[in-house]
Design a protein around this ligand. Structure first.
Ligand SMILES: *Cc1c(COP(=O)(O)O)cnc(C)c1O
Length: 499
């Protein structure tokens, strides 16, 4: 089997293995790595019902990352999906009225990004042999709207041969999220607030990756190469494909469906990573009839799906679902690549337009192809709060504000009685206890930790220990920079780590 099939969404010049693509993170022309082999190997649904999360992961990942040996994948999977998860099913499926919820937040940082970021560092370690200079350090560079940063820090802290720098928009993440990052332990980690919003920070990170002079200095002076843990990294994306199959396996074993029956998923979406993984699962044989994109008030994706025009020239809203406050959904580029039948020239042109004018319009044929699979909706902040309350009243199940966007969208679309609907739940409500308490009409004492206690007492649920313990954790990072200062900050971290 040919394994060096990864190339950019914007050109076909590269031919990289999955390991090389994971190590590089993003293509030199700014595109994202894709392979035309996606879907050539289908997952056997017949024996899914009896398999564990870990077994399904080895099977699915083996098809997506063909240059990793079975043994390497077993090793990565065993380390990533072990006792650090609060539920042995890793991503348990639970009934939610007539629908279902797939909990993706039982990992160490209580957000779905753990699914990918617990395993990405293990992948990264396995890429070392695939690289010519084995002793160089991979520095992970990430802009976060809240949850990625902590999940990446937790995954990479003290991982051999790596370092990690995380930037987050100052004042635009919750108290719990900020503390989760600023208290991170580990000798190879750095955390810095940025004066700007998430899109500014993410654009600046992309600029740092494209800065050749900086890369040369980092290589020469610090023996460091930069890589990304954002969902643009293929090693970050593919672990998320697994839980779509795991959801299906649970529907099978709970005898809700038979092999081959169709399922719908409703996915709270920001950077389009989580929902894109569902599209990958569909290409690999999972019978998904519809993937619903649920956005918050930053509803650029909803408008895109309805009109075929992607336009980021609009007001940016800082909402109560910060991890979805995004105007440029990077992974959309991969979906456009696959649904345009691999038209790299088209993708290069659209992305050029996006960077120059902030806007592009897709051809009608492509819009039709997208509409055949994807549907969209969004919730404003009042609707999010109402959804949290309604979900509690109807199901005695507490959801966080991101999941609530999905709940709103799902419960406001008509269900096909024959097709089960699965809502992906992306964060623990205890990451956002203030908003959840407000929504439920509970007290909101000054500290987020007291809010957690109020929520716990009122609903009979328990805060994840790692979150509750943040109250007494020591703050290690107080750094703040302007957008312009980000490259210099990265360089100083690399220098420090190289000492
Ligand atoms: C990151 C995140 C999302 C959005 O996921 P994407 O892959 O960026 O679409 C939704 N909810 C939560 C809690 C998140 O952390």
């Amino acid at each position: 089997m040919t394994v060096n099939t990864f190339h950019s969404t914007r050109s076909t010049t590269d031919s990289l293995t999955a390991k090389q693509a994971i190590r590089k993170g993003i293509a030199a022309d700014g595109g994202l790595f894709v392979t035309d082999s996606l879907g050539e190997q289908q997952v056997d649904l017949g024996n899914l019902a009896d398999k564990s999360y870990q077994d399904i992961a080895v099977d699915v990942l083996g098809k997506l990352l063909p240059d990793f040996s079975d043994e390497e994948l077993r090793d990565c999977v065993a380390q990533a999906y072990g006792s650090q998860w609060a539920d042995p099913a890793i991503t348990p499926l639970k009934p939610l009225g007539d629908d279902y919820v797939l909990e993706l937040f039982n990992g160490p940082t209580s957000a779905f990004k753990d699914v990918a970021l617990q395993i990405l560092p293990r992948f990264m370690t396995k890429t070392v042999e695939a690289n010519s200079t084995g002793d160089e350090r991979v520095m992970i560079l990430t802009a976060t709207s809240g949850d990625t940063g902590k999940a990446a820090l937790a995954g990479f802290a003290d991982a051999p041969g790596t370092g990690i720098t995380v930037f987050y928009p100052e004042g635009q993440v919750s108290q719990v999220q900020e503390l989760q990052m600023s208290t991170q332990s580990g000798g190879n980690v750095a955390v810095c607030a940025v004066r700007g919003n998430f899109d500014d920070a993410q654009s600046a990170v992309k600029g740092i990756f494209a800065d050749e002079a900086l890369s040369e200095r980092l290589a020469a002076d610090c023996n460091t190469v930069l890589s990304s843990a954002n969902s643009i990294n293929v090693g970050r994306l593919v672990p998320q494909v697994v839980y779509y199959f795991v959801a299906y396996a649970q529907l099978l074993s709970q005898q809700i469906i038979n092999v081959g029956d169709e399922v719908e998923f409703c996915v709270p979406t920001g950077n389009f990573g989580d929902i894109l993984a569902g599209y990958y699962a569909r290409r690999m044989g999972l019978p998904i009839s519809k993937l619903t994109v649920a956005s918050d008030r930053n509803n650029v994706l909803f408008d895109f799906l309805s009109t075929g025009v992607y336009d980021r020239n609009r007001d940016f809203f800082t909402t109560i679902s910060p991890s979805m406050d995004i105007l440029i959904s990077s992974n959309l580029e991969r979906m456009l690549y696959y649904l345009s039948e691999g038209d790299t020239d088209l993708i290069a042109m659209l992305m050029k337009e996006l960077s120059v004018t902030g806007r592009y319009e897709i051809p009608a044929t492509l819009k039709t192809a997208i509409g055949g699979i994807f549907d969209g909706g969004w919730a404003d902040e009042d609707q999010v709060k109402t959804a949290i309350r309604e979900c509690w009243d109807a199901n005695h199940y507490v959801i966080d504000p991101h999941t609530a966007c999905g709940y709103h969208v799902m419960t406001h679309t008509e269900a096909d009685p024959l097709t089960p609907r699965v809502l992906l739940s992306t964060a623990s409500p205890y990451k956002f206890p203030r908003v959840v308490n407000e929504a439920l009409g509970l007290d909101t004492p000054e500290s987020d930790f007291s809010c957690m206690d109020v929520l716990s007492a009122a609903t009979g649920t328990t805060a994840p220990k790692a979150l509750r313990d943040l109250e007494s954790a020591e703050i290690r990072f107080h750094d703040v920079t302007d957008i312009d200062g980000m490259p210099r900050y990265v360089e100083s971290v690399a220098e420090q780590l190289n000492k």
